[in-house]
Design a protein around this ligand. Structure first.
Ligand SMILES: C[S@@+](CC[C@H](N)C(=O)[O-])C[C@H]1O[C@@H](n2cnc3c(N)ncnc32)[C@H](O)[C@@H]1O
Length: 206
């Protein structure tokens, strides 16, 4: 079972170690570029679980208005350095402190995978709530259902925990939240072997 305090404290501790090995290559950034190309310059995009702000929030902010939310203050401190013009908020993705219909798009790269069992539907419900009708969400999940922890993630001596519900459950949860899935494919990541991650682009029903 994922403990949010362990995840938050872990990302506070791991902020530099995680940032050091996070690379943009091959991890679905092309989907973000395609989405940003469809948005007007006054659009607002939420990066949910923005981490250190690179490579996702910085790309958002360079095209439109970027808002980053993360549970970890350590990650947000790095994001403030990396993307100084973005608005940053400490928040849990299961309870977003934003109004209904506040965003044109939402991104969640590798953050849904840290949400405790039973909370994933609530996150997608929150994405639907804060998105305007027709707004899109990009989410990266795992290709296989898996839950576990690593007491020494990235050789940092810090524990990290995951609960990956897998593509089938994610598909169903998107539909329950009122999304239509527009694109779904396997992408690689610098964090693990290629093929461990599944990218979804989903559109909130109008
Ligand atoms: C693997 S990192 C991904 C960061 C960034 N999106 C990226 O692509 O590099 C996961 C991020 O999700 C955040 N996170 C985990 N659980 C969260 C929650 N319940 N609410 C908000 N952020 C959360 C972590 O603090 C961490 O910054």
């Amino acid at each position: 079972m994922v403990d949010k305090d362990v995840v938050r404290d872990g990302y506070d501790e791991l902020a530099d170690a995680y940032a050091a090995q996070r690379e943009a290559v091959g991890d679905g950034i092309d989907a973000l570029a395609a989405l940003l190309a469809t948005l007007p310059s006054d659009a607002r995009v939420l990066d949910a679980g923005c981490g250190q702000g690179v490579p996702v929030l910085e790309r958002i902010e360079s095209a439109v208005t970027g808002v980053g939310a993360d549970i970890s203050r350590g990650q947000l401190a790095l994001a403030a350095e990396n993307v100084p013009d973005a608005t940053l908020t400490q928040a849990d993705v299961t309870r977003l402190p934003f109004a209904d219909d506040a965003f044109d798009a939402v991104t969640a790269y590798y953050s849904l995978i840290h949400v405790p069992e039973g909370d994933h539907q609530q996150v997608l419900d929150e994405f639907a709530r804060v998105l305007r009708p027709g707004g899109r969400a990009i989410v990266i999940e795992g290709t296989n259902e898996w839950r576990g922890s690593n007491p020494d993630w990235l050789d940092s001596g810090t524990e990290m925990q995951w609960h990956i519900v897998g593509p089938e459950a994610t598909r169903e949860q998107f539909r329950t939240a009122g999304f239509e899935i527009r694109e779904e494919r396997v992408v690689g990541s610098s964090l693990d072997e290629e093929g461990d991650w599944q990218l979804f682009v989903a559109e909130r029903e109008a």
